[in-house]
Ligand binder design. Structure first.
Ligand SMILES: [Zn+2]
Length: 127
């Protein structure tokens, strides 16, 4: 099991707004919070988001470059994936690969894909 993942972000406030509902719905709780960062924890794994220093922001993030491509989370069921998909739509968060949803990850792989404010791809996948 992962201990933690730490991600630098462009705009911490925007990141908190986006990730808070998603992670809380999955059972994560805020673990640490300070001026320049926040973490949410579930069981023994936590995710940390840290405000990127100004001098590094311009380079930006792109999931096709070297580095993180996406984060994938376990859903409890296909119904939960569907509920999240509806909520994402309500929040005007674009669903990726809509033409192949919910099997964009392959046959039998029931998932929803979307992007965080830095365009980090997020996947929620049913068992
Ligand atoms: Zn994946």
């Amino acid at each position: 099991m992962l201990h933690h993942v730490e991600i630098n972000v462009t705009d911490l406030k925007r990141t908190i707004k986006f990730w808070n509902w998603f992670l809380k719905e999955l059972g994560y709780e805020v673990h640490q919070k300070w001026d320049m960062g926040i973490s949410w924890k579930y069981q023994s794994t936590y995710l940390v988001f840290v405000q990127t220093d100004k001098k590094y922001i311009e380079a930006g993030y792109h999931r096709s470059r070297v580095g993180l491509n996406h984060l994938a989370f376990h859903a409890m069921s296909r119904e939960q994936v569907d509920r999240f998909t509806e909520k994402l739509k309500e929040k005007n968060i674009p669903i990726l690969y809509q033409d192949r949803h919910p099997f964009a990850g392959g046959n039998g792989h029931y998932a929803v894909f979307f992007e965080d404010p830095d365009r980090i791809k997020v996947e929620l996948v049913a068992p």
